[in-house]
Design a protein around this ligand. Structure first.
Ligand code: ADP
Ligand code: MG
Length: 231
């Protein structure tokens, strides 16, 4: 019975997700259709191009998030240096942070152990979280990223912002798809992060204080040092 229950639960979740995706994709599609119809009858089409393009981008973003989730079966886990992955992502997001007056400070323990992970997935997690932090500080601010070996066998990755924060009652619902407070949000970023970290046997926790900021902690198992071969 346990298996059956799990299966029906999964189907229920799948049904909810499918309904959510269909809804989220139908909205921009309806809008695109409307604008294309306008194109046919209007002479000033230029101004609508950007709207249509941004709606197409939105569909692409939604589909992209789901592709990340669909990938784990093909995921290739390899030994990686979290430091390098974070530096890559900070470089990637540099433009957006400068434009938003946000400074990102990174602090790594020396001699950090390696982790076993799917590189692109873990980078996606850091990217989603840093984006959220930047978006939480519309007037700019600082983000601290700290990585340390918390206890033997585990590293802790902290992403700390000074943004608008999240109300206490919202924190527990944050992994749910399509919850967003942003006009252009997808509400898929955090769900993706949770799923990816879970599939890496890690943990993601969120602490937040409204108008103070948000701290995300990711705990990941590390690869133990290879034993010295004697003789
Ligand atoms: P999106 O960014 O598309 O809205 P996410 O799943 O990434 O979707 O985030 C869901 C919601 O969680 C956001 O809309 C926002 O309200 C809240 N949130 C996430 N991260 C932060 C943060 N660092 N500070 C404040 N709110 C956040
Ligand atoms: Mg987001």
């Amino acid at each position: 019975t346990e298996r059956l229950l799990q299966k029906s639960e999964k189907l229920a979740i799948l049904g909810q997700m499918a309904a959510g995706i269909a809804h989220e994709i139908r909205n921009p599609l309806t809008s695109i259709k409307g604008f294309i119809q306008l194109f046919k009858t209007s002479n000033q089409q230029e101004e609508y191009y950007d709207i249509v393009l941004s709606e197409i981008d939105r569909i692409n973003e939604i589909v992209g998030e789901f592709l990340v989730l669909a990938k784990p079966s093909a995921a290739i886990f390899a030994e990686q240096d979290v430091k390098v992955l974070i530096k890559d992502v900070v470089t990637l997001i540099n433009n957006q942070s400068i434009l938003n007056n946000v400074q990102i400070y990174v602090e790594f323990d020396s001699d950090l152990p390696m982790v076993s992970c799917e590189k692109s997935q873990l980078k996606q997690v850091f990217l989603n979280l840093l984006k959220n932090s930047i978006e939480a500080m519309p007037n700019g601010g600082n983000i601290d990223v700290k990585v340390k070996e918390k206890v033997e066998g585990e590293i802790s990755i902290l992403i700390i912002d000074e943004g608008m924060g999240i109300p206490k009652e919202r924190i527990s619902t944050l992994g749910e798809p399509f919850y967003t407070t942003k006009e252009k949000g997808t509400g898929l970023g955090l769900m993706t992060c949770y799923k990816i970290i879970e599939s890496h046997n890690g943990q993601l926790t969120i602490q937040s204080e409204v108008n103070q900021g948000t701290t995300i902690e990711i705990i990941m198992p590390t690869i133990s040092q290879p034993l010295l071969v004697r003789g």
